[in-house]
Design a protein around this ligand. Structure first.
Ligand code: R5P
Length: 290
């Protein structure tokens, strides 16, 4: 098991669960910002798992994933299983404006051509592409953290007549899993994106008055979606609001802005290290690899 920058702890936790060796490696930057990677543990004839999340620094991490995989192969390892807990670039899955790159296709092709045997990710933003295997020619697995998030929520909070809410139609797939696990119902809101920072959210007619709400999304980036959702639900008389997501990117002041809405709590997972990464996806990844 090796893990890249930012994925050290998650990789180590998975290696403990799998009872496999956590390999020694050096990941550093040259003064001119080029990446330097050196594997110190021997990999010859050993199957290797590389965990490299693409949160917050996707361009550098992609290049370092490529350098890692090619080097491991060159050093004579057996199978290479690449785990990308947060798969960046998946939201640009269509040419929304003329001339745009359809990033999900290009990045998937780039990763698929790295000479890996299998790929794993967690709650990939699959919307226009419904199935991860439509993007790869090798075995590809999209795992979910939603059951772990639901488990955490049910153990930590006492909820009164809860309703799970997905902020948009994409989030229905995740809200459904959490609602099932909590033994309650779910609904979605209607979201219109204006630009990368601003969205408009319209609540549907469902009665949320005096109910505790669990907002569930895959990614929180600028926090715009969550903040608009909280405001819309508040206007409709929602009671306590808990927000959960798999990938807490929380760019710029997102954390402060979300807390300022007066939500009860915010939780995320360790696919992206953050101050709210309370839920670990290590058991989900370890189980899949096993
Ligand atoms: C997009 O549809 C995703 O599921 C998230 O809702 C979105 O990425 C959140 O971004 P932000 O926090 O910037 O609104």
């Amino acid at each position: 098991m090796f893990s890249g920058r930012g994925s050290e702890k998650l990789g180590y936790m998975v290696s403990r669960l799998l009872k496999c060796e956590y390999g020694r490696a050096i990941y550093k930057k040259f003064p001119d910002n080029e990446s330097y990677i050196r594997f110190l543990s021997s990999v010859e004839d050993k199957d290797v798992v590389l965990i490299y999340s693409l949160g917050l620094n996707p361009n550098e991490y992609l290049i370092e994933t490529l350098l890692s995989v090619k080097t491991l192969r060159d050093l004579g390892c057996g199978k290479i299983r690449l785990v990308i807990p947060y798969f960046a670039y998946a939201r640009q899955d269509e040419r929304f404006n003329p001339g745009e790159a359809i990033s999900i296709e290009i990045i998937s092709e780039f990763i698929g051509n790295m000479d890996i045997d299998e790929i794993y990710t967690v709650d990939m933003h699959l919307h226009r592409y419904r199935d991860i295997s439509d993007l790869f020619n090798i075995p590809a697995y999209n795992l979910t953290a939603m059951e772990e998030i639901a488990k955490y929520i049910s153990q930590k909070y006492v909820l009164n007549n809860p309703l799970v809410i997905g902020p948009d139609s994409e989030a229905e797939q995740w809200a459904k899993i959490v609602a099932k696990k909590l033994g309650t119902e779910y609904d979605i809101l209607e979201k219109r994106r204006i630009d990368e920072y601003n969205v408009v959210v319209v609540a549907r007619k469902r009665d949320v008055k005096n109910r505790d709400i669990v907002i569930i999304d895959d990614i929180i980036s600028t926090g715009g979606t969550v903040i608009e959702s909280v405001n819309a639900l508040r206007k409709m008389g929602a009671n306590k609001i808990i927000v959960g997501c798999t990938h807490p990117l929380l760019v710029n002041n997102a954390l402060r802005k979300i807390y300022s809405t007066g939500i009860f709590d915010l939780i995320g997972t360790d696919t992206v290290p953050s101050p709210v990464s309370y839920v670990s996806v290590a058991p989900v990844i370890a189980k899949a690899l096993k």
